[in-house]
Design a protein around this ligand. Structure first.
Ligand code: PLP
Length: 358
């Protein structure tokens, strides 16, 4: 069986070596030695000025919205994983959808200003499949209208834009270290902020608001990650270069062999160093997609309809019509992409797709 992704498992003895340290330390959570070491390693690797590692990639979105969204209207994309929109609603803010660009698949920055009202407090946009939003245009709009910018950068571990980490852009950027993501800790995530005050607020917010054992800065939640997850992160981390280069091989294979006269993939924004996190194909119609899906399923290949559905159509946000996002969501399929996918399997996948769409 071939799924859309397969979790990268480091050699178990390397994981056990880190787990042994937890037993030696007799220290299981509350930012122990392993988590602190992981933060330092990630900081160096990504060349970012700060990072707060968290228990998943959704809590940082909620914390950022709690601090910056202020129960207002949040301009956001309908083309993302449901966590993006759900976080907005969960934090008692109101999602205001802006349609996406048909090639980049990120929020259409030229339509953002039309959606701004006096209730708008922030923009929450997703760097889709590791493809950066038009961050410069969004920053200019945010400055002009005094809005905060939060990026759901769940897919973006290792992505660079204009020669620096994509996590530098926006007031806050978040990432996910879920088992299905490029770099993972089983469950986990991170948040980044450039402003020192905001960074401090994010920090105490992820630890119940604590300011020392007995005092509090303010309201907080539990966003902490345990040492067990830290051990997984430290065991996966040395394989990042291999993970990236093996994924690149799969992406190159799809690029070289799929029949692009009848389908398209994503257009990666210029000046981006991408991370090969997903391989989406956009078919001509949903009927064609279902046909491709069914023929691949017959071969025990299970790509994923991702993102689907367009988030302006879920029950608790229903209303707005987003023609581009709804159209793309109905026709997009993420193909299998992981370390260890064999060339024979890739050949079969590509042949079925090309034969079905011809
Ligand atoms: C995976 C993902 C999240 C949520 O991350 P978790 O770590 O699973 O909480 C949020 N947004 C996007 C775009 C994602 O792909």
């Amino acid at each position: 069986m071939i799924n859309v992704t397969k979790t990268f498992f480091p050699p178990i003895n390397e994981y056990q070596k880190h787990v042994q340290r937890i037993w030696d330390n007799q220290w299981l959570t509350n930012r122990g030695e392993l988590v602190l070491e992981l933060e330092e390693k990630i900081k160096k690797y990504l060349d970012v000025s700060n990072i707060i590692v968290t228990n998943n990639g959704t809590i940082p979105l909620q914390i950022a919205l709690k601090l910056l969204g202020n129960k207002g209207e949040i301009i956001t994309t309908p083309f993302s994983y449901v966590a993006t929109t759900a976080s907005i609603v969960w934090e008692n803010c109101t999602p205001v959808f802006v349609d996406i660009h048909p090639d980049y698949l990120t929020i259409d920055e030229t339509k953002i200003e039309l959606a701004i009202t006096d209730k708008t407090t922030a923009i929450l946009a997703t760097h889709v499949f590791g493809n950066p939003c038009h961050v410069d245009a969004i920053e200019a709009i945010a400055k002009k209208h005094h809005l905060k910018v939060i990026y759901d950068a769940a897919h973006c571990f290792g992505v660079q834009y204009n020669d620096k980490s994509i996590f530098y852009y926006g007031d806050v950027s978040t990432c996910s270290f879920h088992a299905t993501k490029l770099f993972h800790t089983g469950e986990g995530g991170a948040m980044f902020a450039n402003d020192a005050d905001l960074q401090q607020k994010l920090f105490y917010s992820h630890n119940f608001g604590h300011n020392g054992p007995l005092a509090f800065h303010g309201l907080g939640i539990n966003g902490k990650i345990s040492e067990l997850q830290g051990a997984m992160g430290l065991a996966v981390f040395p394989y990042m270069e291999i993970i990236l280069s093996e994924r690149k091989k799969v992406v190159d294979f799809y690029n070289d062999n799929l029949d692009f006269s009848k389908l398209k993939s994503i257009t990666i924004r210029e000046n981006t160093q991408w991370n090969y996190s997903y391989y989406p194909i956009i078919l001509e119609s949903e009927i064609q997609l279902l046909e491709v899906l069914s023929r691949l399923n017959d071969l025990a290949v299970f790509p994923r309809r991702y993102f689907y559905p367009s988030l302006n159509t879920v029950e608790y946000t229903k209303g707005a019509v987003m023609p581009v996002s709804e159209s793309i969501a109905s026709r997009i399929l993420c193909l299998p992409l992981y370390v260890g996918l064999m060339e024979g399997d890739l050949n079969r996948i590509v042949k079925v797709i090309n034969d079905t769409i011809c």
